[in-house]
Design a binder for this molecule. Sequence first.
Ligand code: IPE
Ligand code: IPE
Ligand code: MG
Length: 255
Amino acid sequence: MAAGDNNSLTIENGIPRHIAIIMDGNGRWAQKRFMPRAFGHQAGVKAVRKIVEHCAQQGVEVLTLFAFSSENWRRPKEEVSLLMSLFVETLQREIDTLDKNGIRLKFIGDRSAFPEILQEKMRVGETQTKENKALTLVIAANYGGHWDMCQAVQKVVDKMAAGELNKQPISPLLIEEHLSTAGLPDPDLFVRTGGEERVSNFLLWQLAYTEFYFTTTLWPDFDQKSLDDAINSFKSRQRRFGHTGEQILNKPAPL
Ligand code: IPE
Ligand code: IPE
Ligand code: MG
């Protein structure tokens, strides 16, 4: 969605429609406890559960979680394979519960690099929950903002070459319609846990006008109260999208 084009950026009570989170700090959380990094990733899954539930209760429409970046393949192979097993196990265990709670599951990222068993679980999860309406849970896995923009442009070029799309100048709307997040509103609130203040190739295009919130809380410690703090910070901000503050204050209330 083009930045600032949408008037209903928040749900009535000021809750962001779309929250995107970089869940960082699992490794350090474990290291602080003299435990292997795997222990931190397992604790991270428990935090995911709590946050998904809380977002659904608050009426958030979309929650996007960065689970594995296109750069995370650079980690030691034992850690990568532990993460793959954890994804498979978690999906296996959670799909029915998510479905029961009306949550629609969607994955973004280049899934072709994943083991077939994981790709299969992803397909099952998406198909089983596709009609659900409560919360859309987007899991970014083998995702990179650069990858997303490249694959969008590639789709446009291929469609034009095949005659499925008229030749036309590239516009933001055309790109957006081909991003992996097509059809979803852009994130209103971006949260990164773990103390680093960087985007690490997350939703580069979609974050154009998102409000950023950084916390030193490590992901496994991030709970309902931590999310409420982030939401309260979001509520206190004035989003201007290029306008002046006065223009925003004087804007007639939406009907
Ligand atoms: C984030 O936690 C989880 C993944 C990237 C899968 P980290 O594993 O990056 O934790 P730190 O940053 O090393 O503490
Ligand atoms: C970003 O965290 C990716 C995920 C949380 C999945 P990283 O820990 O990989 O980011 P960098 O390497 O510190 O930038
Ligand atoms: Mg990290």
